[in-house]
Ligand binder design. Structure first.
Ligand code: FES
Ligand code: FES
Length: 166
């Protein structure tokens, strides 16, 4: 089996993996990163979204071996080490941008990537930016508000966790 080395949420992991192992299964089963969830088997829902070298990807559509040598940020690594929430997490909490929460890890990581690409997104740009993430509970309105709030906070200097860029 191939050996891979992936840094996940700031910690390096060296593992042997079967070539067909999906990154999401490697994260959840081998590394115990169960904050990353599986919501479909068609690469549609976005619940499994993580940041791979700072860019959002659906981890069910990436092989673990493809992440060899990369840095992955999951929802579990987004808050600061002292527990301070990332501005996007804080905004989701304050805007009540979740109900069951199943879509939330992926939604938040897509929003982090969106804001890093476009620090001042319009509502339309937010909706387009998160279109790969499905939510069956909220109707999206509060999610859009939360992303706007987070973008504003980050432009005004709220600290974004350094781990996101690693
Ligand atoms: Fe649905 Fe990955 S689990 S897109
Ligand atoms: Fe339930 Fe989004 S909060 S799927």
């Amino acid at each position: 089996m191939p050996s891979i080395s992936i840094t996940v949420d700031g910690v390096r992991y060296d593992d042997d993996v079967a070539p067909r192992t999906l990154l999401v299964h490697h994260l959840r089963i081998a590394l115990g990163k169960v904050g990353t969830v599986v919501g479909c088997d068609t690469s549609n829902c976005g619940a499994c979204t993580v940041l791979l070298d700072g860019v959002s990807v659906k981890s069910c559509s990436v092989l673990a071996v493809q992440a060899d040598g990369s840095a992955v940020t999951t929802i579990e690594g987004l808050a600061a080490p002292d527990g301070t929430l990332h501005p996007v997490q804080k905004a989701f909490h304050e805007r009540h941008a979740l109900q069951c929460g199943f879509c939330t890890p992926g939604m938040i990581l897509s929003a982090v990537d969106l804001i890093s690409e476009n620090p001042d997104p319009t509502e339309a740009e937010i909706r387009e930016g998160i279109e790969g993430n499905l939510c069956r509970c909220t109707g999206y309105q509060n999610i859009v508000h939360a992303v706007r709030d987070a973008a504003t906070a980050m432009r005004e200097g709220a600290p974004a966790d350094a781990a996101v860029a690693s």
